[in-house]
Unconditional design. Structure first.
Length: 239
């Protein structure tokens, strides 16, 4: 991987990926120069239910920070302390960060030896998975949702400007929506295209308390009279 001779962060545009099966991915990265923290507005597409035909199951937020630095001594004598730091915080506008990544490189170089070059590398990752209905609700609907990313790159030498010390890095993020498609005819338990006596027979074999039973149409954890009423309401060919 090439070293960035001009200290800074790499920029990649936000890319909204197409739906791949039951997953939609949006990803990108931040940019900035070495120095004070740099704030970035991240604009993401909310999850579209397509008129209720898709249900969002979870939102996974992944963040990764990669720091690279290089020091080149000149053999002029003495010791030189070098330090590089690359950090990133993520959160909703006006709220405390909910995720952060931090990388650091620190070393003391003997500049009295023969000149040499040394390459440093550090990385850090963070992941947040939202599965509770209250947590994923803000990510559902039309339009966009915003995040704030704050990145800072620091390069320090003591004493300064004795050797060549430079570096850079990359701060990336990935937002993944996992979803499932709503069954258009959930009461067709045998998959023959109609709700009829065959499905009724299957229904009664699952009667009572159950875990993830297909006949539990209302998701109550029990196959009971409510589900039976839903089956009879859908009686006939699937539309």
């Amino acid at each position: 991987m090439p070293i960035l001779r001009n200290p800074g962060l790499v920029l990649l545009a936000v890319v909204a990926g197409p739906a791949l099966g039951d997953v939609i991915v949006q990803e990108g990265s931040l940019e900035g120069e070495a120095g004070p923290p740099t704030e970035h507005l991240i604009v993401l597409d909310r999850f579209d239910t397509l008129d209720g035909t898709r249900v969002l199951d979870s939102v996974t937020l992944q963040f990764h920070t990669l720091l690279i630095a290089e020091a080149v001594t000149n053999g002029s004598g003495g010791f030189v302390e070098v330090e590089a730091r690359l950090t990133a915080d993520y959160g909703h506008p006006g709220e405390a960060p909910f995720a952060e990544t931090a990388t650091m490189i620190s070393d003391v170089l003997d500049n009295g030896d023969d000149p040499f070059a040394i390459l440093y590398l550090d990385e850090d990752s963070a992941e947040l998975v939202l599965e509770d209905a209250r947590d994923i609700e803000p990510w559902i609907g039309e339009g966009t949702i915003e995040l704030i990313g704050v990145a800072q790159l620091v390069l320090e030498e003591d004493p300064a400007d004795v050797i060549d010390f430079f570096g850079g890095g990359q701060v990336t993020y990935s937002i993944t929506y996992e979803f499932h498609v709503v069954d258009a005819c959930p009461t067709d338990l045998n998959g023959d295209g109609a709700t009829d006596g065959g499905d009724l027979g299957i229904f009664f074999t699952e009667w009572g308390r159950c875990d993830a039973c297909e006949a539990d149409f209302d998701g109550s954890g029990i196959v009971d009279g409510v589900d039976l009423g839903m089956l009879f309401a859908a009686w006939g060919p699937c539309s």
